[in-house]
Design a protein around this ligand. Structure first.
Ligand code: MG
Length: 379
């Protein structure tokens, strides 16, 4: 049932360090398995999506977000006869490089790294799977296939792309990644737009009535109410959100299938040669989705409660960065040794510190900050 233009494990461009083919599983299944068994994947459980982990047990974390992205992405890939295993591997790995405290953490670390090449979580996810996981005897990183690495690197500045070799090339030639990578990219947005509605209402920061200002939400709300007029709020929200996800998945499947037919592509190489992505929403759904996204930005991400959390998170991240830059002896010995291996290289030193901070969970970062700022605790 696999389409001609799907990614095929037997035609993979391979791994950076060649390995014998796996038994009883495909190359992309092996990638997915390595991602799930990585340390960075387990840490996602304690990293913020929007709400800090300790604010409540039902909010999404980076881990549950990544699982929801994989669910949505695999549904679309399956609908379209694409490679589900590759799609799943990319979706599960897409946020491995995320800092603690969500986007606030990334923005703060990017600010700290301004003079040292900046910090970008996509690039960091690639760095995790290429270098920072150190569990295998024969290589650093997870030694994933080109196709999974290509998908993880969904954005990249041209100046960084030039230093990345094969996976960076498409940002210079303005070509496309596999359809599986394009799906994982859009599934990220489908997952967070919808789970942030759910978490936004759960937190009490936004009401259902407020969300009704968004046309797509409002029409879906009315569909549910017409069928179940007396539904209690939690069930009502779930019935709305499941329909919203369904609408986005169906629109994405139908529009992309049409785009592929029109383009006439017949292989992954032809997919890569396209000047724009073939995985797309219809223009109507795109408009509706953008309206939802900007509503969430204004009313949830910029809500005073979320903003205050983000402000504190930025202080924690930049303070830790400054402290370690001033005295590397405050770092774990492993990181001190990395820095000492390249003496007098401030850019490398900053990168090692950024790697350490980016790898922290929310609670680890808060504890570490507390130890430097509450000097009555001498441990
Ligand atoms: Mg994500």
């Amino acid at each position: 049932m696999i389409a001609n233009y799907a990614a095929k494990p037997e035609l993979s461009r391979g791994r950076r360090f060649p390995e014998p083919a796996p038994l009883y599983r495909s190359e992309f299944q092996r990638d997915r398995d390595r991602i799930i068994h990585s340390k960075a994947f387990r840490r996602l459980e304690y990293k913020t999506q929007v709400f800090v982990n300790h604010e409540g047990d039902l909010y999404r974390t980076r881990l549950t977000h990544s699982l929801e992205v994989a669910q949505v992405a695999c549904a679309v890939a399956r609908n379209m006869g694409l490679n589900e295993d590759l799609t799943e591997a990319i979706a599960l790995a897409h946020d491995l490089g995320h800092t603690p405290f969500g986007h606030a953490g990334q923005d703060a670390l990017n600010g700290c790294m301004k003079l040292f090449g900046g910090f970008e979580h996509n690039l960091q996810s690639l760095r995790v799977v290429d270098h920072l996981e150190t569990s295998y005897a024969e290589f650093d990183g997870l030694n994933l296939t080109f196709e999974t690495r290509e998908g993880i690197l969904k954005h990249c500045a041209v100046k960084n792309a030039a230093m990345l070799g094969d996976v960076g090339e498409r940002f210079l030639t303005k070509t496309q990644p596999s359809l599986e990578a394009q799906i994982a990219n859009l599934a990220d947005e489908i997952a967070y737009n919808n789970h942030d509605i759910d978490d936004g209402i759960r937190s009490g920061l936004i009401s259902i009535e407020q969300f009704c200002a968004v046309p797509l939400f409002c029409e879906t709300y009315e569909e549910v109410i017409a069928r179940y007029p007396k539904l209690e709020e939690r069930r009502l929200i779930h019935e709305i959100v499941r329909r919203l996800i369904g609408k986005m998945v169906i629109d994405l499947t139908d529009t992309s299938t049409q785009m592929i037919q029109q383009s006439g592509v017949n292989s992954i190489d032809q997919v890569r040669q396209q000047s724009s992505p073939l995985i797309r929403y219809s223009s109507e759904l795109l408009m509706q989705k953008n309206a939802l996204k900007s509503f969430l930005y204004q009313n949830l991400y910029m809500h005073p409660t979320v903003y205050r959390m983000a402000w504190k998170a930025q202080k924690i991240i930049s303070s830790l960065f400054t402290i370690y830059m001033q005295d590397i002896k405050l770092l774990p010995v492993k990181y001190q040794d990395f820095i000492k291996s390249m003496p007098n290289d401030e850019t490398y030193k900053a990168r090692v510190i950024a790697d350490y901070i980016a790898g922290m969970t929310d609670r680890y970062a808060m504890k570490e900050y507390g130890q430097f700022h509450d000097l009555s605790r001498l441990h």
